[in-house]
Design a protein around this ligand. Structure first.
Ligand code: NAP
Length: 329
């Protein structure tokens, strides 16, 4: 089968198309003939070598999210899965390939009307958005700021917060055009990456100064500045670290505002039981099939153009998610 491997960590040029033997499902696994592969921020971090502490080695096949048809099952897996179209979480890798393995508990049937590309844009990120807002104890009527909203997690978080009755849904983005697209999805105010109103269009003019909930996908050196955007009893939940870790003393910002009762938390979907993740994913897939939850496929590219997809990620050109397809789209 054709697959993409990381031959050298660092530049996207280190990604190579290779021929590998077809994998064989072990007990509890299924084999999927892949139709669509989601290209995630985590894939880019692994390829850059940022996550070398996890022990990734040259030859690693990246990709954790695919959709396609089950073509074989391992011992102990119900044979009725054969021939079904599914979304699948493949783990820390294995997705950038014509054939991929997944544990049976991490697959979900695709409802009619949901494309494979939509499924791999929503499958992981939708669950992260949903449970991160729950982790923040977000309630109807509260104001939310989604920092780094132009990716697939933010795009879903904006819609989930808006449809749950948020009092305001502000977003940060680097461009006015992206801000407009986020407003079409439910954002009420558009701020620049530093959280300032005005520089990315007029939609931030009357934005709140402070928010009940900040969903932060970016972290990095500016995290303390976004802590100061919390209202009394406000909660900032860090969901990602696109800009790297925060300063080591960021907790001092919390302490300095002791009397405002702010909370800081990290959130990883890994802490949510798989049955809960699958239940929310099932609802979100159905909502997407009905057109009530929107996803943004930035581009559909052949698997062999994985390096090009990663270059676009590194250049900050992607709104939503790039999807690779072994059949070339
Ligand atoms: N918690 C979990 O369970 C979980 C699960 C999966 C992934 N993740 C994490 O989520 C992150 C990826 O999420 P995603 O795919 O939605 O995001 P993404 O597409 O990688 O990025 C979202 C947006 O953030 C903005 N951005 C990029 N660099 C920035 C910077 N230096 N400062 C400020 N804004 C910046 C960009 O928009 P603009 O250019 O418009 O500003 C970008 O489009 C990764 O850190 C990944 O590890 C977490």
């Amino acid at each position: 089968m054709q697959a993409v491997t990381i031959q050298t960590f660092g530049d996207p040029a280190g990604l190579a198309v290779v021929d590998l033997p077809a994998p064989v499902p072990a007990a509890g696994q299924v084999l999927i003939a892949v139709e669509a592969i989601g290209v995630s921020g985590a894939d880019a971090m692994i390829r850059r070598g940022t996550l070398d502490g996890y022990g990734f080695r040259p030859g690693h096949v990246p990709g954790s999210e695919v959709a396609g048809v089950v073509t074989a099952v391992g011992d102990g897996v119900d044979g009725s899965w054969l021939g079904r179209r599914v979304w699948a979480f493949t783990g820390l890798g294995g997705g950038y390939a014509e054939l991929a393995l997944a544990p049976v508990e991490e697959i979900l049937p695709l409802p009619g009307g949901l494309s494979a590309a939509t499924a791999v844009t929503l499958g992981s990120s939708g669950v992260v958005a949903h449970f991160a807002l729950a982790h923040a104890h977000f309630a109807a009527g509260e104001s939310v700021l989604v920092r780094g909203a132009a990716g697939s997690i933010g795009i879903t978080a904006v819609q989930v917060a808006a449809s749950a009755g948020a009092g305001a849904v502000a977003v940060t983005t680097a461009s006015a055009r992206r801000g407009e697209r986020l407003r079409e999805l439910g954002a009420t105010h558009v701020l620049d990456r530093a959280g300032r109103a005005g520089s990315v269009g007029p939609a931030g003019a009357d934005a709140p100064d402070h928010y009940d909930v900040v969903l932060d996908i970016v972290a990095g050196p500016d995290l303390p500045a976004f802590l100061t955007r919390l209202a009394r009893n406000g909660r900032l939940v860090a969901v990602g670290a696109i800009a790297g870790p925060p300063p080591v003393d960021f907790g001092m910002t919390l302490f300095a505002a002791f009397q405002r009762s702010w909370s800081f938390a990290t959130f990883s979907a890994d802490t949510v039981p798989v049955t809960d993740r699958q239940a929310v994913r099932t609802e979100q897939f159905a909502a997407a099939a009905r057109g009530e939850l929107r996803t943004v496929v930035h581009a559909l590219l052949p698997l062999a153009q994985a390096a090009s997809a990663h270059r676009s990620m590194d250049a900050g050109e992607v709104f939503g998610r790039i999807v690779l397809t072994p059949t070339g789209g």
